[in-house]
Write a protein that binds this ligand. Sequence first.
Ligand code: AMP
Ligand code: GLY
Length: 420
Amino acid sequence: MNILILGGGGREHSLAWAVKQNPKCDRLIVAPGNAGIAAIADCADINILDGGAVAVFAEENAIDFVIVGPEAPLASGVADRLRAAGLLVLGPSQAAAELEASKSFTKAICDAAGAPTAAYARFTDADAARAHIREQGAPIVVKADGLAAGKGVTVAMTEAEALAAIDHMFDASNDMAGTTVVIEEYMDGEEASFFVLCDGKTLLPIGTAQDHKRAFDGDTGPNTGGMGAYSPAPVMSDAVTQKALDEIVAPTMDEMSKRGIPFQGVLFCGLMIKEGQPRLVEYNVRFGDPECQCLMMRLGGQILDLMQACAEERLDEIQVNWADDHALTIVMATKGYPGSYEKGSVINGLDSQPEDSFHMVFHAGTTEKDGQITATGGRVLNVTARGATLAEAHEKAYAMAQGIDWDEGFYRSDIGWRAL
Ligand code: AMP
Ligand code: GLY
């Protein structure tokens, strides 16, 4: 089977690494890929937001299966375009990708499905939004309606913060998704990520994780795309997992099918759990990054069979084989991230890191120049390890991170603290 993975981050490196272990995988191409991916697959420089270009490339390269990593191509309809060309694809249609692309769409689906989530109101008028905030008081959560790369959410602990977020979102001079905001009830509890493959009929849970969104130790500093993760999430007990499936995921999927937009792909449920009751924070329509890196380390090559069964609507025929193990990933980022940072710093010490089914340094933002690996992004490396316990995975991953010599990089020293 010839496989094309779209994307070029740590998530896609881990997907490529796992898929490659499956004997079914013949040729593996990743577009655009990165320096780490180039060591295990061919990289192709195509515009992954252009469905037509991807379809032509897939045809020219005799691709049998396309796996879409990030949300942007899904939101712009790349999966639809590829399916129309007769390709097998993992990833939802543009219409079903609204579950991530539009917060108000998701809220409406949850209402119709009776799925527990925060109470909300939707505004296109700044004054009405301000009045609602004054009436509800803080804490309260203000969200821009569209895709905003994790930057469109303000969890306001004071009324002033919430009002400032409204000023910002309705300010015409910034390019936030802006003019529509969703204002939500603040939910407290413990957050977890729950990943479910859905083929439009059958649901197959493929793991849980917790990530660390803040930049610095002790969950301080600005919000990021994620500074580390571990799997499984202890808060996702069997009982909580079953509740999340029965009360949130299954009714959502039924509602999507009822509306004629069945969801096929990876459903990433961001949950808030309090006293054993999960509530939905948000849906994403793809694997989490860096959560995926932990899941791939635990699942290995079987993920290709699972993703293929999902794309072929055969999830009812397949099951996941779980080892009773744990994985943890540490994100190494360029100093300055998530603000501005310099590109091009050299990373040493990667050659001496172990690479096997228990240890991998996945690349997120790297390129190779004159035989040296240099940093090209904010999040640059994902140092990932697996162990019989979380403590063992933690110890192995930190030992690897310490062996990487990169002055311009930083990482959190407390990934997994809540579970350890
Ligand atoms: P989202 O992009 O919707 O996932 O929001 C980003 C983060 O904001 C979430 O991971 C939560 O930590 C936090 N958040 C979002 N909505 C709420 C809410 N209603 N109550 C508390 N925290 C929230
Ligand atoms: N780590 C969170 C995300 O991928 O959205």
